[in-house]
Design a protein around this ligand. Structure first.
Ligand SMILES: Cc1cc2nc3c(=O)[nH]c(=O)nc-3n(C[C@H](O)[C@H](O)[C@H](O)COP(=O)(O)O)c2cc1C
Length: 172
């Protein structure tokens, strides 16, 4: 099923408290593994996910710059934390608190990535929604430069780093 054919709805699926969604990709972001709860939350069968680009579940409410930040970090060996709204195959959505880390071969080359997600704090999502909304709005007129500037100005004015903000919102 192509993403364009999905009719987006306002129906939210919330993650169980003890849920732990895991997926793995190759170095290009093509899904190579996903666990059972990933399939349940995203509303896909395993066969529909393996070999597909992870952007299959990208939600249009997510600012592009969030993924740029993620890729800039993980492709240079850092881990990424963030809040992500994902698109289900049935058009609904689910929020996650995500951690993505690089996987290395024995010669220390990045060969892929592993992502683990848990239930986000509702207070964190309430704080992130208006920020992402503004970032998406800015991207539509000024592209990723504009939304990136907004994010970094927001962090500067609150005297907080990106990781610090995200981890403190989740309370970890
Ligand atoms: C291990 C891993 C997990 C990812 N998980 C998600 C995810 O759950 N949702 C999502 O929209 N993008 C996820 N991404 C990012 C996608 O690769 C992609 O950058 C993003 O969906 C934006 O797509 P686009 O660059 O085609 O616009 C993940 C990437 C990696 C490497």
């Amino acid at each position: 099923m192509k993403k364009q054919t999905i009719k987006i709805t306002d129906v939210e699926t919330t993650m169980p408290h003890d849920g732990f969604i895991v997926s793995k990709t190759n170095s290009k972001g093509i899904i190579t593994y996903c666990n059972e709860i990933f399939m349940q939350m995203a509303d896909y069968e395993e066969i529909e996910l393996l070999g597909k680009n992870h952007n299959l579940i990208r939600h249009p409410d997510m600012p592009r710059v969030a993924f740029k930040l993620a890729w800039d970090m993980i492709s240079t060996g850092k881990e990424f934390f963030g809040f992500v709204k994902n698109l289900r195959k049935d058009g609904g959505y689910y929020w996650v608190f995500v951690n993505i880390t690089p996987d290395y071969d024995s010669s220390n080359n990045i060969v892929g990535y592993t992502s683990a997600r848990r239930k986000p704090q509702q207070s964190a999502i309430d704080a992130i929604i208006p920020i992402y909304k503004e970032m998406v709005r800015l991207e539509q007129s000024g592209g990723m430069d504009a939304s990136g500037k907004y994010l970094f100005d927001f962090l500067d004015s609150n005297k907080i780093g990106y990781d610090e903000l995200v981890l403190s919102l989740q309370g970890v």
